[in-house]
Design a protein around this ligand. Structure first.
Ligand SMILES: Cc1cc2nc3c(=O)[nH]c(=O)nc-3n(C[C@H](O)[C@H](O)[C@H](O)COP(=O)(O)OP(=O)(O)OC[C@H]3O[C@@H](n4cnc5c(N)ncnc54)[C@H](O)[C@@H]3O)c2cc1C
Length: 397
């Protein structure tokens, strides 16, 4: 079959590799000049074990994340190599629970206990079950005790998305029956007789099209708009949040900054990988929030003043919560650059609403309509597993 994979994020790239490896002729299409310049490379790369989803007391979101995290390395290793999981692996996350958390510290701790009891299944090592609360003095060495009620050391970690990107680009390059069609914006799709599809493309104002026997839609925040062109529209609200974050290769930062997630609520994270650090503060880093079929924002601010303001506001807020790491979080340090992308999910209200669907991420996966497949990745953690599910379906496995 000639298969068009639309969107070269982590899901699109892994689906394209798998289908090409199975002998199909695959064209991977993206609007950017190169693959992997969307959410998959602008996120923090945390392999969620479910700890942040304490507001889903059914534990189904935690279960979903555990399954995704358990499959992440076994499925990706084939394309990115085993060493990527060592050289790109962050320090383990400390969870810091502020006094004004949406769930009080004792309830967060109970959630940790329940998640941890489920660890060990899904191919995850039982060693990761362990977690421990920081003593008062250790907490105060990093955090402001007037703002942080509890800090818990876990085994959860992130993989540097830029490390994954580098390896995946090499794998795409080496796959013979896979071709890349970059700088091509997918703007339309029509069904042709005989279950074929014509994908309309825009190359900087010039229109063209490609015909396929099978199409896999991995367009993330643009996915539902394309589904709707074929009449496949689910009548559910969708929320698109454009979130900015910061990263740096400055060793003064990544060598001293701990990896921390503040939870549960509109807070932020810091991540230290072996050669890079990442930081985000939700209240100022969130640049837009829209309930719509497709979002309208097109990217990060370009003017220096706005970029500086975003660096300063995010790092100052994190430093205030973590006085012990304030030096590493100094916004004046050289090297901090802005990144960001869309987080698209079912729902119609933000994180601050405890009833928001954002606290439940189980309704993700592959929607198939004949030979047209629409892939909702949900989280980076779930991307390889969901990509496998899409390929199994297409390959009849
Ligand atoms: C700031 C941030 C932090 C995050 N942190 C985490 C985390 O720690 N852990 C986690 O599990 N998840 C995290 N996520 C979510 C995670 O990044 C996404 O769930 C995942 O990367 C989506 O992968 P994808 O392949 O579906 O989409 P993407 O990686 O966005 O790929 C979609 C591709 O489609 C292309 N595209 C879109 N529209 C068109 C079009 N019309 N024509 C052609 N090409 C198009 C884009 O250029 C892009 O390359 C985070 C997201 C963000 C933004």
């Amino acid at each position: 079959m000639r298969i068009g994979v639309l969107g070269a994020g982590l899901s699109g790239c892994t689906i394209a590799l798998e289908l090409a490896d199975a002998g199909h002729q695959v064209v991977l299409i993206d609007r950017q000049a190169e693959p992997l310049l969307g959410a998959s490379s602008n996120c923090e790369g945390k392999l969620h074990l479910g700890y942040v989803y304490g507001l889903d007391d059914s534990l189904r979101t935690a279960e979903t994340m555990l399954q995704g995290a358990g499959h992440f390395r076994p499925l990706l290793e084939r394309w990115v190599g085993a060493d990527c999981f060592e050289t790109g692996r962050s320090s383990p996350f400390i969870y810091a629970i502020p006094h004004d958390s949406m769930l009080p510290a004792n309830r967060v701790l109970e959630h940790f206990r329940q998640v941890s009891a489920r660890l060990g299944a899904n191919g995850l090592t039982t060693q990761w079950r362990e977690y421990s609360c920081l003593t008062e003095s250790k907490l105060a060495a990093v955090f402001d005790p007037d703002r942080i009620a509890l800090a818990v050391r876990t085994h959860e970690f992130a993989i540097d998305p830029l490390c994954l990107r580098e390896r995946l680009l090499a794998a795409l390059d080496e796959m013979p029956s896979l071709s890349l069609l970059m700088a091509a914006t997918v703007c339309d799709i029509v069904a042709l007789p005989g279950e074929r599809f014509r994908v309309g493309l825009d190359f900087a104002g010039e229109r063209n099209s490609e015909d396929f026997d099978c199409v896999v839609n991995c367009l993330w925040e643009q996915r539902l708009a394309l589904d709707a062109r074929l009449g496949h529209q689910l009548n559910r609200p969708v929320i698109h949040r454009f979130k900015s974050a910061l990263r740096t290769q400055n060793p003064d930062v990544f060598e001293t900054l701990p990896s921390v997630t503040f939870t549960i609520g509109e807070y932020g994270d810091t991540v230290a990988y072996p050669g890079r650090a990442y930081a985000s503060w939700y209240p100022t880093g969130l640049l837009s929030e829209e309930v719509a079929l497709a979002p309208s924002r097109t990217g990060l601010p370009q003017d220096e003043e706005a970029i500086e303001a975003l660096k300063r506001s995010q790092l100052e807020a994190l430093a205030a919560l973590m006085p012990g790491a304030a030096e590493a979080l100094d916004w004046r340090l050289p090297g901090w650059s802005l990144c960001g992308g869309y987080i698209t999910a079912w729902g119609q209200s933000g994180i601050a609403d405890s009833q928001s669907e954002l606290h439940q991420r189980t309704r993700v996966g592959v929607h198939s309509y004949g030979r047209y497949h629409s892939v909702d990745t949900g989280k980076l953690t779930l991307a390889p597993l969901i990509a496998k599910q899409a390929c199994d379906r297409i390959l009849g496995r």
